[in-house]
Design a protein around this ligand. Structure first.
Ligand code: SF4
Length: 407
């Protein structure tokens, strides 16, 4: 088995952002100590069951993991280290809200083993931050980055959102310039998605806010690609840029369709030919008790975590998802050598047949070894992806299991 990745969901936020539909809850901060205990028990059950496998990445996502105190993070890390072999040089990321940062807190997080911070900066425009319902200001974001560096973090990611209501190209250019002046090792960038029934979705539907313009969003994406390339960042995934060697190894696990386990309410896993997710309500998660004795997988899931969804991934779906997720990797794409070694030469030939039309449309290129999206394909990737899925598989099935939060 290749080394595992572990995602830990921290489902608490102080306030709810107007665009967010992620599985997170406000007003439950008093309950965090109990939650940490439940999460520790979950970790201990999994580690014992898997007999201390190697783990190469851990990701504290949310929600707002920076609401955890350093001793709480330490107790979770202690539980992990006691039953998993966290390999030398493992990447351990924690998502941080720029409003919750102090030098002492970041120093403690660094000391207990966090190696990478992912900052939910979103934008450096204070009016836009207010419209998004974020608690921090642009100045707090700048200070948080400086504090992270002082605390010793070399790997810092910025989450940025573009195509915000009313945002102009000029405004977006200023955001990019400001972000680049702070030299983060990694930048994740997503166009605003209006999730149904969020306050921002309602405001757009009532005409209180302008709807995002997809053409402007495409222009903003192009500007980001050019600007970040000039600044020395490698565009390694559709929505992600990094300095060489600073790519997010945890998210690469998702994009390479390799095994990961998600613990905590609503977290998804992809493991031993199955995708499954945990019940979404934190209090139910906290109260849950294992029901039956451990057995073979996947029956044993019922005694490991409170699972509410499980899907068997058959070979055709695994092949299709590996191709779709791999095509998200802008630089590497899908390698013929790796793909054929994993699934066989015949499956690679079948993949080439399926991408023939997108290739003729100029969305895909093949340089002999690597199948990649072209610049045009990056903007129209769904045109390629749906052709790769087996019949009856939903378009979202390749991405619905990714523990990537909007924070
Ligand atoms: S966007 Fe992030 S910080 Fe805001 S409510 Fe959602 S999870 Fe919490």
């Amino acid at each position: 088995m290749p080394p595992l990745s572990i995602y830990l969901h921290i489902p608490f936020c102080t306030t709810r952002c107007s665009y967010c539909d992620f599985n997170t809850y406000t007003g439950l901060e008093d309950w965090i100590p109990e939650y940490v205990e439940a999460l520790r028990k979950d970790i201990l059950r999994w580690g014992a069951y898997l007999k201390k496998p190697d783990v190469h990445t851990v990701f504290f996502g949310g929600g707002t993991p920076s609401l955890l105190s350093a001793p709480q993070v330490q107790s979770i890390m202690d539980a992990l280290r006691s039953v998993f072999n966290i390999i030398e040089g493992a990447e351990v990321t924690l998502e941080a809200n720029p409003g919750d940062c102090s030098l002492a807190h970041f120093q403690r997080l660094y000391q207990v083993g966090i190696t990478r911070l992912s900052m939910g900066i979103q934008t450096f425009d204070d009016a836009a931050l207010r419209a998004l319902g974020r608690r921090h200001s642009a100045q707090l974001a700048r200070e948080a980055v400086s504090i992270a560096k002082q605390a010793g973090f070399e790997s810092v990611n910025f989450d940025l959102i573009y195509s915000l209501p009313g945002q102009t190209m000029d405004g977006w250019r200023k955001n990019l310039d400001e972000a680049l002046s702070l030299r983060p090792a990694h930048i994740s960038m997503y166009a605003l998605t209006l999730e149904e029934d969020t306050p921002m979705w309602r405001d757009v539907n009532r005409g209180k806010l302008p709807a995002p313009d997809p053409d402007l969003a495409a222009d903003m994406y192009e500007l980001a690609r050019e600007t970040l390339a000039r600044a020395g960042y490698s565009h390694y995934e559709i929505s992600n840029w990094a300095f060489e060697g600073k790519e997010c190894r945890h998210n690469l696990t998702y994009w390479k369709n390799l095994p990961y386990i998600g613990l905590g309410p609503g977290a998804h896993s992809s493991f031993r030919d199955h995708r499954f997710s945990v019940i979404r309500i934190p209090q139910e998660y906290g109260k849950w008790k294992p029901e039956i004795a451990l057995g073979t997988f996947p029956e044993s899931l019922k005694s490991l975590s409170p699972i509410d969804y499980i899907e068997h991934i058959d070979k055709p779906l695994e092949q299709a998802e590996t191709a779709i997720l791999g095509l998200r990797l802008v630089k590497d794409g899908v390698s013929k050598t790796d793909f054929a070694a994993r699934f066989g030469e015949q499956v690679w030939i079948e993949l080439l047949r399926k991408v023939q039309v997108p290739k003729e449309m100029g969305l895909i290129s093949l340089d002999g070894e690597r199948l990649k999206l072209t610049s045009k394909g990056l903007l129209l990737s769904n045109e390629v992806f749906w052709r790769l899925l087996p019949e009856n598989a939903g378009l979202t099935s390749a991405i619905k299991g990714l523990n990537i939060s909007p924070a």
